[in-house]
Design a protein around this ligand. Structure first.
Ligand code: GMT
Length: 374
């Protein structure tokens, strides 16, 4: 099949999932066209059967807000015609599902059918889509999609609740991980010495947006640090990074926190971590938690949203009330102090990641879905 994929190309789970899916589809012989404003961050320079089409936005002094969604629709229309696409698969509803609907209408004018598959990822439903400025167009664009998928059952239910589209058929296709990449065996363990001088490593990866509650990550680490030697590795960047740095200073643990900034390939880092911390207050899935689990890293998280479908409480990590940094700290401390407990959760995490979220199985689910609209 010839598939057009649109996503946010910069750092973030939805872009990572869309890109890994495109690469896996190409590997299976499909032709994949990424249509977005920048080369997706997980897309290597050249891969057979994969093309990147850059959306360029015309500027004009009248435009205080250049209309990216229109430029995207035009590029989708152009790529669909030039490459005879079979379908458009958009990741994150706003504005991608709307642009795809526009492109579909333009193609219909010349007698071309263009099915649109929309994958809902998280804040497109839970935050941005519920903002009054975007609610009606998000509901419309979701309802006009030929197929809708959500990355967790929780997100599916939340979509139906927030948009009232009781008749929408939303299929749950979870995020996935490649166990050949996300494994301790594939990476150099010497990095652990480099980062932490052999001390246990707690890790967090995100875009440091308020929803991630990165101050709680630092708070939980401070609980651990009070009792044991350890290092916190914070990967990523975003609006709350400075506040997290300040919190580390305030709690007297700044010397033991490494703020690495934005890093695209996180597998080598996860492969040397001992505990993964995820403190988000509304997580639709938690891709980084899954990637950590695949690397055998138990996850200590706030037990909300779709994260409870990823992390099995007490088995592959533990789930706690949002903001309960004491409980999260205590759970992390137990993991780094009790080797047998850590090993049990680590083994279970690897097994769960492979059994429920393996790349081959999930990509097949998308392929099957595509066949229904082709
Ligand atoms: O919704 C977002 O915050 C953006 C998105 C992203 O691009 O990082 O994250 C969401 O999609 C990921 C991939 O499906 C999920 O793993 C994240 O849980 C989800 N983020 C939230 O729900 C906060």
């Amino acid at each position: 099949m010839k598939v057009g994929i649109t996503c946010y190309p910069t750092y973030g789970g939805s872009g990572a999932v869309a890109t890994e899916l495109g690469l896996a589809l190409a590997h299976r012989g499909h032709e994949v066209h990424f249509i977005t404003y920048q080369q997706p961050f997980r897309l290597p320079v050249f891969v057979p059967r994969v093309a990147f089409h850059e959306v360029s936005i015309g500027h004009y002094p009248l435009f205080q807000y250049p209309p990216y969604d229109l430029a995207l629709a035009v590029k989708m229309h152009e790529v669909a015609m030039q490459h005879d696409l079979d379908l458009l698969h958009v990741h994150y509803a706003i504005p991608h599902a709307t642009s795809a609907w526009l492109a579909k209408q333009m193609l219909a004018e010349i007698g071309r059918t263009m099915p649109v598959v929309t994958t809902l990822h998280g804040t497109d439903i839970t935050i941005v889509g519920q903002d009054h400025s975007y609610h009606a167009i998000t509901k419309f664009s979701i309802e006009k999609s030929d197929r809708i998928t959500a990355v967790s059952s929780w997100l599916k239910d939340e979509t139906i609740r927030a948009f009232g589209c009781a008749n929408c058929r939303v299929d749950v296709i979870p995020n996935f991980v490649d166990p050949a990449v996300y494994t301790r065996a594939a990476h150099d363990s010497a990095l652990k010495q480099e980062l932490a001088g052999g001390r246990p490593i707690l890790m967090h990866i995100s875009n440091f947006r308020p929803v991630k509650r990165v101050l709680d990550v630092v708070g939980a680490f401070a609980e651990v640090r009070r009792e044991a030697a350890a290092v916190l590795v914070m990967v990523g960047d975003g609006p709350d990074r400075s506040a997290a740095e300040d919190e580390a200073r305030r709690l007297g643990v700044f010397e033991d926190v490494r703020f690495l900034g934005r890093i695209d390939g996180v597998a080598p880092l996860l492969a040397v971590a001992d505990v993964y911390l995820l403190t988000t207050d509304r997580e639709s899935f938690g891709l980084s938690a899954l990637e950590a689990m695949a690397c055998g890293v138990p996850v200590v998280a706030a037990g909300v949203g779709g994260i409870v479908e990823v992390v099995e409480d007490g088995v592959t990590g533990s789930l706690h009330p949002v903001g309960d940094v004491k409980a999260m700290g205590a759970a992390a401390l137990k993991l780094i102090r009790d080797q047998a407990h850590w090993q049990g959760q680590s083994d279970a995490a690897i097994a769960r990641a492979k059994a429920h979220f393996g790349i081959d199985d999930v990509v097949s689910q998308y392929e099957a879905l595509y066949q229904t609209v082709k």
